[in-house]
Design a binder for this molecule. Structure first.
Ligand code: SF4
Length: 290
């Protein structure tokens, strides 16, 4: 849930899920439709599907236990290096670190060295004995992430209060390296085309050519080519953010009873289907036509 999502947003969902699914088994028996409904509003629905698939796989192939090796954990849907390391530390107290942006920044400041010049895996491997000397590896991983988020922050780190300032090269140096600047994402222009009918319905499809929207049911959408759009009526322009991408959207519509193959009509007032928030925004704009 926490991938790309803030803690404060996740908390109510986490509570709801752990209340509803007390065991791995009860989770594995949930229907996809239900889990998607419970996930509604969190976005990135692939995570919900992966969670469900993982629960089934663990029961079927792993005797309801999380595998104990990186190699096996990474076979689970949606689990890469970062999640695998975090799980091994949190669940089994293994001496391993999930390397995220916070952790990278802490180490790079300790050595006052550019992140790109540090091989983090090698660094951790070399210093294993020193890093994992308390047998509280799970707490250590968590603490390191929190330390990066709350003390050794991207801007204005709290060096004066930091327990590490006596060994920190960044703190002592007069020539401080600056942490990696976040890439500035520019707004991208997209054109969205909606078939609408008089019954307040929009034609949607699961097929589209836009990679980051592969799981969403959407009207036709494509990157603007700056040519003048003909045959469609312009409805509105608005901004939306999805998967860290900032989109500048031009919404076009056409009243029609005929829709292309693989499209289906969906009511704008639809309460039953799980409609991603990105699509709901389109619904809201189109409802202004009625
Ligand atoms: S002294 Fe400052 S820069 Fe160094 S680890 Fe602490 S907070 Fe980060």
């Amino acid at each position: 849930m926490l991938q790309q999502t803030q803690v404060k947003t996740v908390i109510p969902y986490f509570k709801k899920f752990t209340k509803e699914f007390k065991t791995l088994k009860s989770l594995s028996k949930c229907s996809e439709k239900r889990i998607l409904k419970m996930w509604e509003g969190l976005g990135y629905y692939r995570r919900a599907r992966n969670l469900l698939m993982t629960s089934k796989l663990l029961i079927k192939n792993y005797n309801s236990k999380l595998p104990k090796t990186q190699h096996e954990i990474k076979k689970l849907p949606g689990v890469g290096d970062y999640t695998a390391n975090a799980l091994l530390a949190f669940v089994y107290n293994y001496p391993t670190i999930a390397i995220d942006g916070n952790v990278k920044r802490v180490f790079s400041r300790l050595f006052n060295k550019n992140e790109n010049k540090i091989n983090f895996y090698q660094l951790i491997e070399k210093n294993k004995k020193k890093l994992f000397n308390t047998n509280r590896n799970s707490d250590f991983v968590e603490a390191l992430m929190e330390f990066g988020a709350l003390v050794c922050k991207p801007k204005e780190p709290k060096c004066d209060f930091c327990n590490l300032n006596s060994i920190c090269k960044y703190f002592k140096s007069t020539n401080k390296i600056e942490s990696q600047k976040q890439k500035v994402t520019k707004n991208k222009n997209y054109d969205i085309f909606c078939y609408v009918n008089k019954k307040k319905q929009i034609a949607l499809t699961k097929k589209n050519d836009v990679g980051f929207l592969s799981e969403f049911i959407l009207p036709e959408i494509k990157e603007s080519n700056k040519k003048k759009v003909t045959n469609w009526k312009f409805l509105t322009n608005y901004k939306n953010t999805i998967s860290n991408k900032k989109l500048n959207i031009n919404l076009y519509y056409k009243f029609s009873n005929k829709i292309p193959e693989k499209f289906k009509w969906f009511s704008i007032d639809n309460k039953k289907e799980i409609i991603p928030s990105f699509t709901k925004k389109i619904f809201n704009q189109v409802s202004l036509l009625f």
